[in-house]
Design a protein around this ligand. Structure first.
Ligand code: KIV
Ligand code: ZN
Length: 518
């Protein structure tokens, strides 16, 4: 099947979620899915339905709202997992896909699966047969393919295509491949397997050696693959996966070389990148290609001069093309409820109830009192924070103050609400944030370990809100709290309290990687 259309398969909410700490709630997945649909990705892998009840519900919820992208669920190659995937997806609003995988490398078969190659061959066939009974669109991945014996790989792939697999995805599971070799490998498989033209060929690369994007592009160019699996911001297990924004912009910018097209609305790339970063707490490095804050910044005088004379001197794509709109004031103090709701709608944000809209609107008004100009990024931050707040949370922030300087030992006092009652706490610390966290912890006594504290300016200028992510770990659970405020110490307290509430919540999902044994 050779065509000039390249399918973009996004796995931010499955492989991306496997990054420790990137675990997402159902509502967060819904928000990301809507943005991916708006960006026009072809396939959204929404999760791993058998991993946990939380992920099952999240996949089902995503499938229930997405219409314009195929929604996929990952399943191990056994009837139970696949049935769970079918149950999560069969009520889908639009098309859906079962993605099943089984390792084929000698190392994985012997040491992890403890199965012989013949057993793996049989199980792969049975899995595809089972999936195919309920779903016409079945993808099969021979895990660790890049370290598998080519003869055995050919045997398994030929058999699963015969059973009806419509996509064959070749994973470079541990990021071992190098571009030319990987491209040749795909080419070799396609030419040796007699029924290879009955399936779409896909690749799924990891970035352990920093070559995931290069490997994916080589598989397309040399090997004829027509689907790339990728994630926003390159999120994913260990060093991550192929970055969606990089492959999409490489294909577009170098269309002269690749001759391929994707459906992606590139103007939605930066908003998608920001949303994923806000939700997961994984900050995008400033020099990250396409979506980093410096990706279009020209610092040296020679470059600035060149760009002013002719943009193309130092830019191969425009910032606007990938959605870097110059900060636009969208709302202000006098904006009403309707304008607020309309702008959220334009940003693809739908809140589930009028009550949530009212609460978000009230927060917006509070923010507009502190900050005269409200940008899209402020609204996104406000909703990210709102989405992390449930109606029956244990902890709330009533008020706080703190002092610091060059002479005083930093100190903080906070008034928290615990299940409706006020509790006061004070502490000293190494800095105002440290003192605030210590004060909160002196009453919360969570004993959680702080894994990450990050602060990001939401927009430009000193008036900007600071958006803080706090990642806490306790008893094998890792949760993120997000807080935004024009005062970064207040934002930090909100983020810490948000994370504490998630730790208290029974509904928060556990990252699947701690549960699923491959
Ligand atoms: O990296 C990998 O092998 C995977 C498969 C499940 C596609 O994520
Ligand atoms: Zn992977």
């Amino acid at each position: 099947m050779s065509t000039n259309k390249l399918i973009i398969f996004d796995t931010t909410m499955r492989d991306g979620e496997q990054s420790p700490g990137a675990s997402m709630t159902k509502d967060e997945k819904l928000r990301i899915a809507r943005q991916l649909e708006r960006m026009k990705v072809d396939v959204i892998e929404a999760g791993f339905p058998a991993a946990s009840n939380g992920d099952f519900e999240a996949v089902r919820a995503v499938a229930g709202v997405i219409r314009d992208s195929i929604v996929a669920g990952l399943c191990r190659a056994n009837d139970k997992d696949i049935q769970r995937g079918i149950d999560a997806l069969q009520g889908s609003r639009g098309p859906w896909r079962i993605h099943t995988f089984l390792a084929t490398s000698p190392l994985h078969m012997k040491m992890k699966l403890r199965m012989t190659p013949d057993q793996v061959y049989e199980q792969a066939i049975l899995a595809v047969k089972y999936a195919k009974k309920a779903c016409p669109d079945v993808e099969f991945s021979p895990e660790d393919a890049s370290r598998s014996e080519p003869d055995f790989l050919c045997r398994v792939i030929e058999a699963v295509i015969k059973e009806g697999a419509t996509t064959i995805n070749i994973p470079d599971t541990v990021g071992y491949a190098v571009p030319e070799q990987f491209g040749e490998m795909i080419k070799g498989l396609r030419s040796r397997i007699p029924n290879s033209d009955k399936a779409v060929w896909s690749v799924h690369c990891h970035n352990d050696l920093g070559m995931a994007v290069a490997n994916s592009l080589a598989a397309v160019r040399i090997g004829g693959a027509r689907q790339i699996e990728c994630t926003m911001n390159g999120l994913g297990e260990r060093a991550g996966n192929t970055s969606l924004e990089e492959v999409v912009m490489a294909l577009r910018t170098r269309k002269d070389f690749f001759g391929l097209e994707t459906r992606i609305n590139t103007k939605e790339i930066v908003p998608a990148s920001r949303l994923v970063s806000q939700i997961t707490g994984f900050v995008v490095q400033p020099n990250k290609a396409v979506v980093g804050a410096n990706a279009f910044a020209h610092a040296s005088g020679i470059h600035q001069d060149g760009v002013l004379k002719a943009r193309e001197t130092y830019e191969i794509m425009t910032a606007e093309d990938v959605g870097w709109a110059a900060n636009k004031i969208v709302l202000g103090k006098l904006s009403g409820r309707t304008a607020f709701k309309q702008r959220l709608k334009e940003l693809g944000i739908e809140l589930e109830s009028d009550d949530l809209y009212n609460k978000a609107f009230q927060r917006f008004k509070d923010l507009a009192d502190k900050k005269s100009e409200i940008f899209d990024e402020d609204l996104q931050a406000l909703v990210s924070q709102e989405a992390g707040i449930s109606s029956n949370e244990v902890w709330g922030l009533v008020s706080m103050s703190q002092g610091s300087g060059t002479t005083d030992k930093p100190h903080a006092s906070v008034v928290l609400k615990k299940n409706g009652a006020d509790v006061k706490a004070e502490s000293k610390g190494d800095g105002p944030v440290d003192a605030t966290f210590k004060a909160i912890e002196s009453v919360a006594k969570s004993g959680a370990e702080l894994l990450l504290f990050s602060v990001n300016a939401v927009t430009q200028g000193t008036e900007s809100q600071g958006e803080v992510t706090v990642r806490l770990s306790k008893g094998g659970r890792i949760v993120n709290g997000v807080g935004a405020d024009t005062d970064i110490v207040v934002a930090s307290a909100k983020a810490y309290i948000g994370a504490l509430n998630k730790l208290e919540s029974k509904n928060e999902r556990v990252n699947p990687q701690y549960q699923v044994q491959h």
